[in-house]
Design a protein around this ligand. Structure first.
Ligand SMILES: [Fe+2]
Ligand SMILES: [Fe+2]
Length: 177
């Protein structure tokens, strides 16, 4: 039964592809912002490694946007700036703050991908596999953040809470517009 306010299965998938494309775009920009500040330092290589993986995630979702004729979010220009600023600002606070940002963002994405994956049926096995594969890499990014001392940053819990809230708002908005 379809209730008022429910979205069609097709629209449901479109929203998933739209928000994932937006999220991977934002993730890439966060790492670019961090690299702009810390790229020449000891964390440069690991940041470039994560950025390269986000670029791959973004490329796959860009193809899905085109193949499935999904309209990208109108907020891409905003995420372009906001993602970079979040990355650059946390990096300017220090290496551990940059890693705390990574942990907060990647944990949020992990939960988001897990929820999506649970919603996808066998008719979307390919999409689910893609999401699961990317989720595993986001968890690697989180682990990299933890291994680089994220939690020992002064104010870690507050920064983490702020970033997670921001990510959740960004996700909710980018599904729809
Ligand atoms: Fe990603
Ligand atoms: Fe990631």
């Amino acid at each position: 039964m379809t209730l008022p306010g429910d979205v069609s299965p097709r629209e449901k998938i479109a929203r998933m592809v739209r928000v994932d494309h937006a999220g991977e775009y934002g993730a890439k920009r966060i790492y670019q912002g961090q690299i702009a500040v810390l790229g020449r330092g000891p964390k440069g290589d690991i940041l470039r490694h994560m950025q390269a993986q986000e670029q791959h995630h973004l490329d796959v979702f860009s193809n899905l946007i085109a193949d499935r004729r999904v309209r990208p979010t109108v907020l891409l220009p905003f995420w372009h700036v906001a993602g970079f600023m979040l990355g650059a600002a946390t990096a300017a606070m220090g290496e551990r703050a940059a890693m705390a940002c990574t942990v907060a963002v990647e944990e949020t994405i992990d939960a988001h991908y897990l929820a999506q994956s649970a919603e996808l049926g066998p008719e979307e096995a390919n999409l689910r596999e893609t999401i699961e594969q990317f989720r595993a890499e986001e968890l690697e990014h989180r682990d990299i953040g933890l291994a680089h001392d994220a939690e020992h940053m002064p104010g870690y819990r507050l920064l983490s809470a702020i970033i997670k809230t921001g990510c959740k708002v960004a996700i909710a908005v980018s599904e729809r517009v």
